[in-house]
Design a protein around this ligand. Structure first.
Ligand code: GAP
Length: 507
């Protein structure tokens, strides 16, 4: 774990050093859990967003996009349940004065028992080799069964207490499990209390309660309140989806872990409106579809897993998370939820407007059910960045840091590098740059040795470097260097564009 935390720190400082992510307002010592994207970060972020948009909107004829405002009528958040229930159960340790989410403390405790089980399974696997039957082992080994039964008991109690809103019992459970504060190591806890996560501000010049509005904590409600407008104006027929990307704001109490938990972040959400009764089939479809999207980023399937929710919100009839193995462990990257007709019905009640679909075939009107796919852009950025980061020892004993980003997402696709800064090489390189920069995001650099420039390009994940040398002036050929293999090929200047286009295609 320590090694991974170390890796996480290295990724964070690499992101800053190479212009991907900076702490917000850093000259004023930063603002907790708020970050700015630098020159290469913004390119990577834009590329991820664009790929998501294409996959969802362009490749699905029945999905359209919107861009709703961040500010919304305050009643939206009353109807959606955020005013009354968008809060986290928090507990403070009196010695360290640190605040934690009570549910996360319990989930971490469960995870520790699960890790113990996994360790035993791995050990047995090694001992028995090919003959090992994992299913049988898990079903019969007494120690494993005992630990599994502990997990089941904790989960039952934990979900029961939350469902009943019994925070006193959550506190009791934390005491009984002997959970200690990771900082002070003591069990000196306060009671568990709820904190609402929405930021609020005033609209207009008069500071009155009636003017209070919220910064949206999710983009989804902008989609629900535009359901009728979109359906009518774009002539959509069920099933159809509305997609949106944009900022969301949450006053996260425990805000840490770099881009993983931010107070201002970006979501990419899609609400898919379906006929009631078909929602579970559609839910399964979107589970598969979204997992395919993740692995299409060139990241192995083993880095992802589904985490089906045992404890469902009262309005949901199925929910799962796609978790990614970040350096800090497997954590939620995307949520897929079957939300029934909860949101549209609530907005119908609060607004007094009919939010229904008229089915011409059956002649009936109904409030559609909704499948939601909701992914964090910043978390996807972090997943791609942390998967791509690697430190390599080279044959000559030197070391390099490479960002093995999927080529089609890389901030810079192509570096144009004259070997030296004289003999007409920069001029020739400029001619090539001026042609290619209109097709790809290129980066021109002539300062420093070519080896240093290659290293810098490796560190920002540039998949290809084009080097212009003396031979270029004679036969119009250049070398193209591959970031991952470091191998170089000689190709004609006219062939660069086609070769690069082929290499940077999305998977
Ligand atoms: N509309 C549903 C919704 O907002 P959520 O699980 O609360 O669901 C969806 O959020 C996704 O948004 C998460 O899976 C995560 O990727 C991202 N997200 C949520 N809170 C975040 C935070 N504080 N910082 C960064 N990303 C966050």
């Amino acid at each position: 774990m320590a090694a991974n935390e170390d890796l996480f720190k290295k990724i964070t400082s690499h992101a800053k050093e190479y212009g991907f992510v900076f702490p917000s307002s850093e000259i004023y010592d930063g603002l907790s859990a708020v970050y700015d994207y630098g020159p290469f970060g913004v390119e990577l972020k834009n590329n991820i967003r664009e790929y998501w948009w294409k996959s969802m909107v362009q490749y699905h004829e029945n999905i359209v996009g919107i861009d709703a405002a961040i500010f919304m009528h305050p009643t939206v958040w009353k109807a959606s349940g955020h005013v009354d229930a968008f809060s986290d159960p928090m507990i403070d340790n009196k010695d360290s004065k640190k605040r934690y989410r009570a549910d996360v403390l319990i989930e971490d405790h469960i995870q520790k028992i699960e890790d113990k089980i996994q360790k035993e399974v791995d050990k047995a696997k090694q001992r028995f080799g090919e003959a090992f039957d994992e299913k049988m082992y898990r079903e019969t080994n007494p120690r494993l069964l005992e630990n599994q039964s502990r997990i089941d008991t904790i989960k039952k109690r934990f979900y029961g207490s939350f469902t009943d809103n019994n925070l006193a019992d959550v506190k009791l459970l934390i005491d009984e499990l002997g959970i200690v504060c990771p900082v002070s190591g003591t069990k000196n806890w306060t009671e568990v209390r709820y904190f609402n996560l929405m930021f609020s501000t005033q609209m207009g010049s008069v500071n009155e309660d009636t003017n209070m509005i919220y910064l949206r904590p999710e983009t989804a409600q902008g989609i629900f309140v535009n359901f009728l407008n979109v359906m009518k104006s774009a002539r959509m027929k069920i099933p159809f989806g509305i997609a949106q990307t944009g900022k969301a704001f949450r006053n996260e109490i425990v805000a840490r872990q770099f881009l993983f938990r931010m107070r201002e972040f970006e979501q990419m959400e899609m609400q898919y409106f379906v006929q009631p009764g078909t929602e579970l089939k559609e839910f399964e479809y979107w589970k598969t579809e979204r997992m395919k999207w993740h692995t299409s980023l060139g990241i192995p399937a083993t880095k992802y897993r589904f985490h089906d929710h045992d404890k469902l919100a009262h309005y949901a009839n199925a929910a799962t998370d796609i978790e990614f193995e970040f350096p800090i462990g497997f954590k939620e990257l995307e949520g897929i939820h079957s939300r029934t007709n909860f949101d549209l019905s609530a907005h119908q009640t609060y607004s007094g407007k009919k939010l229904q679909y008229f089915d011409q075939e059956s002649g009936e009107s109904f409030v559609p059910y909704v499948i939601e796919t909701s992914i964090g852009l910043d978390r996807t950025f972090l997943a791609v960045l942390s998967h791509g980061y690697r430190e390599e020892k080279l044959e000559d004993g030197s070391e390099r840091v490479v960002l093995g980003l999927p080529s089609f997402l890389a901030p810079v696709k192509l570096a144009i590098l004259p070997l030296i800064k004289k003999d007409g090489l920069p001029e020739k390189a400029r001619v090539i740059m001026d042609i290619l920069k209109y097709r790809y995001r290129c980066f021109y650099e002539e300062k420093d040795t070519i080896g240093r420039r290659y290293r810098r390009m490796d560190a920002i994940g540039t998949p290809y470097c084009i080097t212009i040398d003396h031979q270029t002036l004679q036969d119009n050929t250049v070398t193209i260097r591959d970031r991952d293999t470091m191998l170089q090929d000689r190709i004609t200047v006219d062939g660069i564009s086609d070769i690069v286009r082929e290499k940077i295609k999305a998977v």
